[in-house]
Design a protein around this ligand. Structure first.
Ligand SMILES: *[C@@H]1O[C@H](CO)[C@@H](O)[C@H](O)[C@H]1NC(C)=O
Ligand SMILES: *[C@@H]1O[C@H](CO)[C@@H](O)[C@H](O)[C@H]1NC(C)=O
Ligand SMILES: *[C@@H]1O[C@H](CO)[C@@H](O)[C@H](O)[C@H]1NC(C)=O
Length: 390
């Protein structure tokens, strides 16, 4: 284990960054930890809260519930809900520097209270990568400030999220985050950019247009119900109840997990092949990413990586994304987040980056992964690995 903490360096610097840079940051997974099922139930609830989806209170009926206590805010401050919990603190402004990039007057939350388990001693900060419209602090996010200040070579950032290898080797590369461009050694062919809907970017959003399971097209809701947040900070894929049920209905032997509402299980011997399209080409999710590992002592029943995000409650139309598409999908593509025009691009992974989503090695022991900005732990049922910045 050689994980180093990602540190949001807050330095008092007098020199300004030189203009128009691209910065490639190797990512490293956090050490793997085992967690019980209640832990993941709680994490799923946190993700629902983060996206204001459904009723997390209603979600607690019918299963054992882990402690998801809210942090009492003693001092006047902001609480921010992440997939893995909540933090609170006061809003500050200071000089923030990352590599050659510097923002003189960056708004950020100085966290003085956090839900237990949110950070693990290896992480000292979380850096938001969505748009100002949804920033809890109200401030312009660091990346957007860099963009406005013309410090980025291209108005975009990109991710390769590596699958953990069969040995769960924490020192293996966890991926690469590139700020201000792409890293052409990590993808092959063209990057297919899809315009984001709406005129005021908030989350990184695309409409989910088609899903296949075991080669068969599954009928899914359209319009606002198909709006999907493409979220590098979330581990799994969450979607509306009916659509998620339709997906698992295509998998022989799949049933709803008895004690883990919102999750589905299936015979471990079954390969679950899912593809997703957001309006352009269809991208295959490796069956190893769909399988979170055994959830029974016999080892014959495994949990699936697509879960019911709203657990039967109705998501009010227009209230935000209905799907949250995390690393389960994103490990299978090279993804590019372009601010201008607001669009998201996907490309095939290069061989160097693990090929086409059928990387060798056993089923992922982790399932998992999240990066910046939010440690999305709504996650793998037996292990979790989180990417953090070196
Ligand atoms: C692109 O990613 C590769 C693989 O991680 C890395 O070795 C290389 O340094 C990166 N490119 C740049 C310009 O940093
Ligand atoms: C930082 O800027 C210097 C000078 O322009 C340049 O040589 C160096 O490559 C830059 N570093 C990164 C990580 O972009
Ligand atoms: C899943 O996809 C793999 C690779 O394409 C294929 O070999 C396998 O037969 C598929 N399984 C099912 C159940 O569709």
């Amino acid at each position: 284990m050689f994980s180093l903490p990602f540190t949001l360096s807050i330095l008092f610097l007098s020199e300004l960054a030189s203009a128009a840079e691209t910065f490639h940051i190797p990512l490293q997974r956090r050490a793997q930890q085992t967690h019980d099922l209640d832990y993941y139930s709680a994490a799923a609830d946190n993700l629902r809260a983060k996206y204001n989806i459904g009723s997390a209170a209603g979600a607690s009926t019918g299963r054992r519930r882990a402690a998801v206590e809210n942090i009492p805010v003693i001092n006047q401050g902001t609480t921010i809900q992440y997939g893995s919990g909540a933090v609170a603190g006061s809003i500050n402004r200071d000089v923030v520097t990352m590599s050659n990039f510097t923002i003189q007057n960056q708004v950020f939350l100085g966290v003085d209270r956090l839900q237990s388990g949110l950070l693990d001693g290896q992480t000292s900060g979380i850096l938001g990568l969505a748009f100002q419209t949804i920033a809890s602090t109200g401030g312009v996010p660091f990346w957007q400030n860099l963009l406005n200040d013309d410090q980025l070579e291209s108005p975009e950032f990109s991710f390769w999220l590596a699958r953990s290898d069969s040995r769960g080797d924490d020192s293996a590369p966890g991926g690469v985050f590139t700020l201000g461009g792409t890293n052409s050694s990590l993808y092959s062919g063209e990057i297919e950019f899809l315009d984001m809907p709406g005129s005021r970017p908030s989350y990184w959003l695309l409409p989910l247009q088609s899903v296949t399971v075991q080669g068969e097209r599954v009928s899914i809701a359209t319009g606002n119900s198909a709006l999907s947040a493409i979220d590098t900070g979330t581990t799994l894929i969450g979607g509306p109840s009916d659509d998620v049920a339709s997906i698992w209905a295509q998998v022989p032997g799949a049933t709803q997990a008895a004690n883990q509402q919102g999750f589905w299980t299936f015979p471990c011997s079954t390969e679950v092949n899912v593809t997703m399209s957001f309006g352009g080409r269809s991208w295959a999710i490796s069956s190893e990413d769909m399988n979170l590992g055994p959830v029974t002592t016999s080892g014959r029943t495994c949990a699936g990586a697509i879960f019911d995000l709203n657990m039967g409650s109705n998501i009010p139309a227009g209230s935000g994304p209905s799907w949250v598409v995390g690393a389960t999908f994103l490990k299978n593509v090279y993804s590019v987040y372009r601010a201008n025009p607001p669009s998201i691009g996907f490309a095939e992974l290069s061989t160097a980056a693990g090929g086409t989503g059928t990387a060798p090695g056993s089923r992922s022991t982790a399932g998992a992964g999240s990066i910046l900005p939010k440690a999305g732990l709504a996650s793998a049922l037996s292990f979790i690995s989180i990417w953090t910045l070196l």
